[in-house]
Design a protein around this ligand. Structure first.
Ligand SMILES: Cc1cc2nc3c(=O)[nH]c(=O)nc-3n(C[C@H](O)[C@H](O)[C@H](O)COP(=O)(O)OP(=O)(O)OC[C@H]3O[C@@H](n4cnc5c(N)ncnc54)[C@H](O)[C@@H]3O)c2cc1C
Length: 372
């Protein structure tokens, strides 16, 4: 017997879990968010680039393409309405040699096919007129790319959930869920373990998604996507920020490439790179600096390597291994796993932060029907 009932339990208080909880709460559902950490947004959502992506990279029609383009617009609107920090700086994706031009053209075609607004193909000279320190043969200028205060965004969503009568239980790990006639009985750990009954259950546990899915009675083991970890390290630049816009090279396998950004506090950083790892170690190895310098020199020849200092790292919750094609976000409803009332999310890596609000609506639509 559960200790009490609610309409919906969301496992994970990262950007995605909060957005799912907010969407359900704003549709009249009583929500409880379970979070094992002692604060919201301390997982993958606290170790990223805080970039609102435009949506240019992803296969047309994929969830990543659709939810990124939609999420970008939704979050921009939300930040403006709430007065949360954003630098609408835009981004330049640069081809730094003639050999890279065909790949830049292909990316431009992909952006157009994805209906990404405000994307322009510009020459190297036009790019240098915008950013004089830049090396570029040609570039894409993406007007909707931006840097924002992701923690302010998550705090805003927390407030919305609580204003709608929902609650966020910190230091409360999901342990397991069984089925009953009403839906699910979720056993939570922590200092005061309880069992909560609910009709709807959302698994938005980031790097913990596979462990949580294994604890759900009846969840088909074959649908639990294998977890692969790809670490991304950042180096900060001491001194004056060299560019106003985001500067990205062309993407590499599994990553958008070691890029430049100036966060809303004014700190200039480079990263993330990509390193396939076995465990969750967030230290930044200073020995990676030469690879950073080489990557940065391609688009900024004046970089002073002494000004680069190891900063922080994040880990991508991937569901593909090195060399394998990158799959779409995996968002599974009962047509896939057969458990009515459950949405299970795996592999919500980039552009998961940008897509989060659109993922919330998509999950709410899938669980309780499309908004009229
Ligand atoms: C290096 C890097 C750079 C990135 N840059 C960008 C970017 O610039 N723009 C962008 O759009 N995306 C970016 N991303 C992707 C983006 O950060 C993620 O897609 C997004 O933050 C995922 O959010 P989430 O809520 O799914 O996961 P998380 O933020 O990890 O949230 C999951 C939560 O679940 C909790 N949890 C886990 N297990 C349990 C349990 N058993 N019980 C209770 N709680 C549990 C965790 O503590 C955590 O708080 C980047 C990712 C990385 C790694």
């Amino acid at each position: 017997m559960p200790d009490f009932h609610t309409d919906a339990i969301i496992v994970g208080a990262g950007a995605v879990g909060l957005a799912c909880a907010r969407a359900l709460a704003l549709r009249g559902q009583q929500v409880v968010v379970l979070e094992s950490a002692d604060a919201i947004g301390q997982g993958v959502s606290s170790r990223n680039s805080e970039v609102l992506h435009a949506g240019i990279y992803y296969p047309t029609g994929s969830l990543r393409a659709r939810l990124c383009v939609a999420g970008n617009a939704m979050i921009r609107g939300y930040l403006a309405e709430r007065g949360i920090g954003i630098d609408p700086c835009g981004k330049l994706v640069v081809a730094t040699s003639a050999e890279e031009l065909p790949r830049l053209e292909a990316l431009y075609a992909q952006a157009l096919a994805n209906d990404v607004p405000q994307v322009e193909r510009i020459t190297g000279a036009q790019a240098r007129a915008l950013e004089p320190a830049l090396r570029a043969e040609a570039a894409l200028l993406c007007g909707t790319s931006a840097v924002f205060d992701s923690h302010g965004y998550m705090l805003g969503m927390r407030g919305d959930i609580e204003d709608a009568g929902g609650s966020i239980a910190l230091r409360t790990p999901f342990e397991r869920a069984s089925r009953d006639a009403e839906g699910f009985v979720v056993r939570c750990g922590g200092a005061e373990p309880v069992s909560i009954g609910c009709r709807l259950l959302v698994l938005a546990a980031g790097l913990g998604a596979q462990a949580v899915a294994e604890g759900i009675e009846g969840f088909p083991a074959a649908l639990i996507a294998e977890r692969h970890l790809a670490k991304g390290s950042y180096f900060a630049l001491q001194g004056k920020a060299p560019f106003a816009r985001l500067i990205y090279p062309l993407p590499v396998h599994g990553s958008l490439g070691t890029h430049y950004r100036r966060d809303i506090g004014g700190v200039a950083r480079f990263g993330p790179d990509i390193e396939w790892v076995e465990g969750e170690d967030y230290s930044v190895d200073p020995a990676r600096k030469p690879q950073f310098v080489e990557a940065i020199r391609r688009f900024w020849s004046d970089v002073n390597e002494d000004a680069l200092v190891p900063d922080y790292a994040g880990i991508r919750p991937k569901i593909h291994g090195p060399g394998e094609p990158q799959p779409d976000f995996s968002i599974l409803f009962d047509d896939a796993h057969g458990l009515g009332g459950l949405a299970a999310l795996f592999g919500i890596e980039s552009p998961g932060l940008t897509s989060s609000m659109a993922i919330g609506e998509y999950v709410a639509d899938g669980l309780i029907g499309v908004k009229g």
